[in-house]
Design a protein around this ligand. Structure first.
Ligand code: AMP
Length: 174
């Protein structure tokens, strides 16, 4: 079995979590297997080889899991986008709707400048609202976005359509 097939076969689906109608993609069954998690990080790193960027912007919380090793192995800055109220310094904030609820995200006002070229990373894109809100926060800082990268893309929800002018990539399409 090739690497992508092994990753796919180890992803766990949890129907009707956290509410009816949501088919939750459980990544914990990837994380607790050394070789499979390594395939994921290597596969994501491969997607960034042609992108000119200096900073990874990671989305709380599962985005952090993938962004941190990528920042380390690719030698990039790591900037955190967190749920509102978690970052201790001055923030830009945004409210947006999620596939299952409403959320608010924040970024430190001084974590990026108009000199930074970023890549956004999260575990999964569903409707795209979370990534788009993150993009809007980055815009406030003046930095550019060279790519939006996900471990998993729920293709039917068409989240990538929120980024008509950007490169959107995913390792696994479900
Ligand atoms: P969205 O804003 O609709 O693209 O939702 C993406 C965010 O919600 C990501 O941070 C995911 O971690 C989480 N998420 C949404 N839908 C799912 C799902 N079906 N399984 C796992 N995580 C999900």
């Amino acid at each position: 079995m090739d690497n992508l097939s092994q990753i796919k076969s180890n992803l766990r689906n949890i129907p009707n979590f956290p509410k009816p109608g949501i088919n939750f993609k459980d990544i914990t069954t990837i994380l607790n297997q050394t070789s499979i998690f390594k395939f994921v990080i290597d596969g994501l790193a491969q997607k960034l080889t042609t992108i000119d960027f200096d900073t990874i912007v990671a989305i709380e919380s599962r985005g952090f899991i993938f962004a941190s090793p990528l920042a380390y192995i690719l030698n990039k800055n790591l900037v955190l986008v967190r749920k509102k109220g978690k970052l201790p310094h001055k923030t830009f904030d945004i409210d947006y709707s999620l596939e299952y609820g409403i959320n608010s995200l924040s970024i430190h006002q001084d974590s990026l400048s108009d000199q930074n070229k970023t890549v956004i990373i999260d575990d999964l894109i569903a409707t795209g609202g979370t990534a788009k809100a993150t993009y809007d926060l980055i815009q406030q800082s003046g930095a550019s976005v060279g790519c939006v990268l996900f471990f998993i893309e729920l293709v039917a929800l068409k989240g990538r359509h929120l980024f008509p002018d950007h490169l959107v990539q995913s390792l696994i399409q479900e």
